[in-house]
Design a protein around this ligand. Structure first.
Ligand SMILES: Nc1ncnc2c1ncn2[C@@H]1O[C@H](COP(=O)(O)OP(=O)(O)OP(=O)(O)O)[C@@H](O)[C@H]1O
Length: 422
């Protein structure tokens, strides 16, 4: 995600996350012959997003929960920003790590504000500071504080509950956010929106995020790095989404990625990276004749009707304009809109259901910025295929051999195909 921050031209922000280092960590559950996590050594870089993926039962959740010690490791150590967490008080530690689970995991009998305030209260913040923080976080997750702060979880949609879950996890500004299948319980459209929002939030907060998912596309979309595990949390490949798609370490990874790796490349490119077309614009209340005259002069066949804050309301053909007489500006619920942060994959989905074969793109505060069409997406795919994937970066360390590679400039220089399956 940090790459997408620069791709959208926004200045890099100060990293507030901390590095996490798992050192030779093993978890044996009582009564199990094989360890759920077997000697895992893994570096999770500060301020970056690491996605943990792999088949069911491979040890993703156990790995995640050992980081905040909801599960105690049997062996090994976990270091957070230089401190050994296995020696810290568990409650104190969990205040330094936000934790987001499926469906938000909110307390049903507490209001949204009270849910978000849990950790700040434990930390003894005064009321005014807590109230200000609650409102700030609700704004951050795109919920109007006036409307939502006094509601109860059951009065929210699944997506809204998930947003409150993220707000709660961020409440005391912890350096680390742990997420376990955070968007598993919402419908695909809401999931796409929540993922886009998380990308936006991360661009602002730059936390260290470790996220478990079943969904490889989600891992490609959100991850700076993806760790692919087999049983026993054996790391098969730990690298960038680009590299994993282009050079899967072995047949297991190939299978896991599934077919259509080429199409998955679409998930790596954002709408903001593609040149957008301009569009004819109009305001509610305008008369059809004037609008048609402008469309005639520009040779454009569609006009986008924008409200006074520049947000799209309608997208009309000449015929529709003629029929309207005067533009009402009434919001079209079917309007094909994508955010400039959306992936080309999401944009393509939206375009395919839009009769215009194109989509309106919005930027900051949902203001209209241009039009994306199928041709520009196709060109972007061709360009991505043609671009060479140079290895000019250093992948974090990850291995199950229990030995941290020496810092000789080579250690972890490429990704780790750790615990060589041979
Ligand atoms: N409390 C427990 N007691 C005994 N065994 C457990 C316990 N929790 C998990 N396991 C076992 O440890 C292994 C790893 O489980 P874990 O939940 O970490 O996997 P996962 O990759 O997160 O799976 P999923 O994707 O299905 O959630 C599994 O074989 C599981 O059955």
């Amino acid at each position: 995600m940090s790459e997408s921050t620069t791709a959208t031209g926004e200045p890099a922000r100060t990293v507030s996350g901390a590095e996490i280092l798992l050192q030779n960590v093993t978890k044996r559950y009582p009564g199990q012959d094989k360890p759920a996590v077997d000697g895992l050594t893994m570096q999770i870089p500060a301020g970056q997003v690491v996605m943990l993926v792999g088949p069911s039962g491979c040890g993703k959740t156990t790995t995640l929960k050992m980081i905040n010690r909801l599960i105690e490791p049997t062996e090994g150590s976990i270091v957070l920003g230089g401190d050994d967490v296995t020696r810290m008080n568990g409650d104190k530690l969990r205040r330094r790590m936000g934790y987001v689970i499926q469906a938000g995991g909110l307390f049903p009998h507490q209001t949204v504000a009270a849910n978000i305030a849990v950790v700040p209260k434990m930390l003894g913040w005064d009321k005014a500071r807590i109230a200000a923080r609650v409102d700030e976080l609700l704004e951050l997750v795109s919920l109007d504080p006036e409307v939502y702060r006094d509601r109860y979880p059951k009065e929210l949609s699944g997506g809204q509950q998930q947003r409150v879950g993220v707000a709660r996890a961020l409440a005391a500004d912890p350096p680390v956010l742990l997420m376990d299948e955070p968007f598993g319980a919402v419908d695909p459209i809401t999931r796409q929106r929540l993922q886009d929002e998380l990308i936006n939030i991360q661009a602002e907060v730059q936390k260290t995020i470790v996220c478990v998912t079943h969904d490889f596309d989600e891992a490609v979309k959100l991850g700076d790095w993806i760790a692919i595990f087999t049983e026993g949390a054996h790391l098969v490949q730990y690298d960038t989404p680009e590299r994993i798609l282009a050079e899967p370490a072995n047949a297991f990874v190939e299978n896991f990625i599934g077919s259509g790796a080429g199409l998955k490349q679409l998930t790596l490119t954002r709408v903001a990276d593609v040149p957008l077309a301009e569009a004819e614009q109009a305001r509610p209340g305008e008369h059809a004749d004037a609008v048609l005259e402008r469309m005639e002069a520009s040779g454009r066949h569609h006009v986008v009707v924008l409200d006074d804050r520049g947000r799209p309301r309608q997208w009309l053909s000449r015929k529709q304009v003629r029929r309207a007489g005067t533009l009402t500006g009434e919001l079209d619920p079917q309007l094909p809109v994508v955010s400039s942060r959306s992936t080309l994959n999401d944009a393509l989905d939206t375009m395919l259901v839009s009769s215009a074969g194109a989509a309106l793109v919005t930027g900051r505060r949902d203001a209209f910025v241009g039009v994306i069409d199928v041709d520009s997406v196709m060109e972007a795919i061709a360009a991505a295929r043609a671009s060479t994937r140079s290895g000019d970066y250093t992948a974090p360390v990850g291995t199950n051999t229990g030995v941290l590679p020496a810092a000789d400039g080579h250690g972890g220089a490429h990704a780790v195909t750790a615990g060589d399956p041979s």
